[in-house]
Design a protein around this ligand. Sequence first.
Ligand code: MN3
Length: 204
Amino acid sequence: MAFVLPDLPYAKDAFGDILSVETFDFHHGKHHNAYVVKANELVAADASLQGKSLVELIKLAKGGLFNQVGQIWNHTFYWQSLSPTKTAPTGELLAKIEDAFGSVDALIEKLKAEAVGHFASGWAALVLKDGKLEVTSYHDADTPVAHEGHAPLLIVDVWEHAYYIDYRNLRPSYADRILKEAINWDFAALNLDGEGADRADQPG
Ligand code: MN3
């Protein structure tokens, strides 16, 4: 079975000027789709790779295939990390944020610094490690799924293609608006169960 481009979990016009329809047309319809097409070509050409789930392939693949399957997972998880309606951390997630960072605002500033400071292309992330929240980033197509013990709660795409249409070269403006207005904290809270990797997986 071939991997598919998952539908967006909201309408393309749901974010207004935070993320435009044109951004979704390119980022989901072209960039994310290209990773799916290329991964399927590579898997079709090698019988030993067939029948493995996306997460299984991320864990065993190297080089070109790793980049494609890592990016399918990362984008699928990123779309779910965003919400067109404003949410806020509550309950256990809020307690863990206050324990690790002092406040939600302090966490957002730390995520913004990670997103802005990551050199070139990659992903800023909030992960659960040994029961504690941590802000980190992954380079290019690297993904929390490839790192033992990194349970992903949310990720933010900092590749230029994620923001160039709406923010041109201004990654800080993109990161600021996404982090303050469009994070799906309910999704992040769900992922405290450690099963986040499965929420962007696909069967092989
Ligand atoms: Mn991207």
